[in-house]
Design a protein around this ligand. Structure first.
Ligand code: 2PG
Length: 206
């Protein structure tokens, strides 16, 4: 298998558990998050995936997830590239607030729009479109050329930085992305043709 790109959302973080908006804040994984990352690695190992190169964000929950996956694969020696472009969507003023309390304050519909819409930014933060505007150039410039050269690549990142990329990989519209939820620690596998089009994609069960 060549030209394979695997995307993984980090395992459960301390702030996922506490139900807090996280964004660019930097909590680590919970025990469950560690288990999820190890399971993702074990599943990839079981299915015979091997990687030449890895990308992750500058946030510890994504880096920790990657390290655990690579340990399960016995591939801790592969090159890892870290970039802020893969960081979670910046949640601005919502960062650190409880998601349920926010829904009480601003109303469920408003908070859902901030969390899942394409173009509406939370106060002081990034919309998914803003996030796409930084993840997509990074993908085209840094990740896609490696895939096109025949490498197998793994990316561990975040719910919304990955939702942005998935819009492009799966051809989803701004309406189509609203309902797309990414589970923690679930590998999403994309197979590319020689010119960088996705010819197959599947989510692996844990
Ligand atoms: O808090 C966050 O940064 C993200 C991911 O956990 O939240 P949301 O559920 O709104 O995507």
């Amino acid at each position: 298998m060549e030209r394979t790109l695997v995307l993984v959302r980090h395992g459960q973080s301390e702030w996922n558990l506490k139900n807090l908006f996280t964004g660019w804040k930097d909590p680590d994984l919970t025990e469950l998050g560690i288990e999820e990352a190890k399971k993702a690695g074990a599943r990839l190992q079981h299915d015979g995936y091997r990687f030449d190169l890895a990308f992750t964000s500058e946030l510890v929950r994504a880096q920790h997830t990657l390290n655990l996956i690579l340990e399960e694969l016995g591939q801790t020696g592969i090159p890892i590239r870290y970039d802020i472009a893969l960081n979670e969507r910046d949640y601005g003023d919502l960062s650190g607030l409880n998601k349920e309390e926010a829904a009480k304050n601003w109303g469920e519909e408003q908070v859902h729009t901030w969390r899942r819409s394409f173009a509406v930014a939370p106060p002081g933060g990034e919309s998914l479109r803003d996030t796409l505007a930084r993840t997509l150039p990074y993908y085209v410039r840094e990740i896609l050329p490696e895939v096109l050269s025949g490498k197998n690549v793994i990316v561990t990142a975040h719910g919304n930085s990955l939702r942005a990329l998935i819009m492009v990989l799966e051809g989803l519209s701004p309406d189509g992305i609203v309902a797309r939820e990414l589970e923690t620690g679930r590998p999403m596998v994309y197979q590319f043709d020689a010119v960088g089009r996705v010819i197959e994609h599947k989510d692996l069960l844990a």
